[in-house]
Every structure is written in C-alpha cells, then in structure tokens.
Design a protein around this ligand. Structure first.
Ligand code: C5P
Length: 230
C-alpha cells in the first residue's frame, strides 16, 4: 500500500478485549504491513518490574528499569532482555499490575519513542493500543476506535482462556477505568476516529470495511500530496 515516502500508519485503539489484536493482525496482513501490539510492550515492562521485585507504583524505580530494557516482539514471541515472557505477560499478575506501569509518564515516553521508530523504520504499520491515534501517531492515515459491550468482551476472554464471566467483566471494567482515568494519554476516541462496535460483527466484515477505508484515505492523501508538490 505504500509508494509514497510518508509512512502508512493505521491506529487501532480501544478498551480491553474489544478484538484489537485479531483485527489489527488481519488488517496488517491484507495491507502488507507489520503489526505492533503496543499493549504487549507495557505488559513486557510490567513482567520485568515484577520479576525484579519492584513495586509497580514506584515511579522512579520502574522508569529506571524501563530505560535499559531490551524488548523484542517478533513472530508472536515477546522477549525482555532475552527472557521469553510471551505466556507470562498474559497472566493475572501482569494484567493486574499493567495499568499502574502504563500510568508512568517516563515509561510512556520511552515506549512511545520505540513505537515511532518501529513504524518509521518499516515505512508504516498497523499499531494497536490505547493512545496510538491520540498521541503516538496523531497523523495516522486511519484511526479506529474498536469497542464492544463489556459482557461480550468478557465472554470472548472466557472462551479463549476460561474463567468466570462476571469476575472477568469486573476486572476488564476496572482496567478500562484506570486506563481512561489516568492523566497521561488516557484511553479515548479522538474526534477523527472511526468508531467500530464489534459486539455483533465478524472479524472479516470489520477488516473488509477498514481495508476499504485505508484505500480511500490513501487515495485522498495521494491527491493532496500531489497538489502540494506541484
Ligand atoms: O492491549 P492490552 O490489554 O494488552 O494492554 C495492556 C495495558 O497496557 C492496558 O490496560 C493499558 O494500561 C496499557 N496500554 C497503554 N497504552 C497502549 C497500550 C496499552 O497504556 N498504547
């Protein structure tokens, strides 16, 4: 989809369990772009914090640890300083502590810089998270805010990993409140985002729509760019 020197960035934001990963991966594949799960980066830092026995609320210690951390996301695996934390970052301990780590401004500044370099080096990509359209890439060619009812999101989690629907729904809602209520880069839909409710929709139909929106947006951008350069 590229062809211009301006990176093609698609931003997929939204609350926990809305289907961001499934949709982003599929869209990236169709567009021939890379996919970056930025939530996995916050989770990787959190796993390292817990492994080091640091209190997730200790801003200074968490920030210091993050600065020197080598985080590698590659073909479905997550490595932190060479340690495979792929499974660990999806576990209950990391999930319970990640919002505290993600509220740390020094951590955010560090990870946002890494996310920008990742995308620029590749000439673009599909990035999923909470602040991609609002902070990381406010000029993304397409911004999507993917959501679904809390019950549906909890049911999907249970289908994937088991557990009690009501307890999971409560914990999802608590995490959303912390992510939306924080001072730095809160979860929100920007006014220029396309809001997609995945509650009653299949992944394929959503990806079809998003692919068409990217194509249209790139066409519009090519016209504007051409007009400016002439
Ligand atoms: O997407 P996922 O649920 O794995 O994200 C885990 C946590 O990481 C979120 O609850 C949020 O606290 C944080 N996060 C963030 N900004 C992003 C991506 C994730 O603050 N861009």
């Amino acid at each position: 989809v590229s062809g211009s020197s301006v990176p093609v960035i698609v931003a997929i934001d939204g609350p926990a369990g809305a289907g961001k990963s499934t949709v982003s991966r599929s869209l990236a594949q169709r567009l021939g772009l890379g996919h970056l799960d930025t939530g996995a980066m916050y989770r990787a830092v959190t796993a390292a914090v817990l492994r080091a026995g640091i209190d997730p609320d200790d801003e200074r210690a968490v920030a210091d640890l993050c600065t020197n951390l080598r985080i590698v996301l590659e073909s479905g695996t997550v490595l932190v300083d060479g340690v495979d934390v792929t499974e660990e970052i999806r576990g209950p301990l990391v999930t319970a502590a990640v919002s505290a780590v993600a509220a740390n401004s020094a951590v955010r500044a560090d990870l946002v810089a890494r996310q920008r370099s990742w995308a620029v080096e590749r000439g673009g990509g599909v990035l999923e998270g909470r602040d991609i359209g609002s902070v990381v890439f406010p000029d993304a060619v397409l911004k999507v805010y993917l959501t679904a009812s809390a019950r549906t999101r909890a049911q999907r989690r249970v289908a994937e990993a088991g557990g009690d629907v009501e307890a999971i729904e409560r914990s999802i809602m608590e995490r959303d409140q912390r992510d939306a209520g924080r001072v730095d880069s809160p979860l929100r839909a920007t006014s220029d985002a396309v809001v997609v409710d995945s509650t009653q929709r299949s992944v394929d139909s959503i990806v079809d729509d998003l692919e068409a929106l990217v194509t249209t947006a790139l066409g519009a951008r090519a016209t504007t760019d051409g007009g400016l350069s002439r």
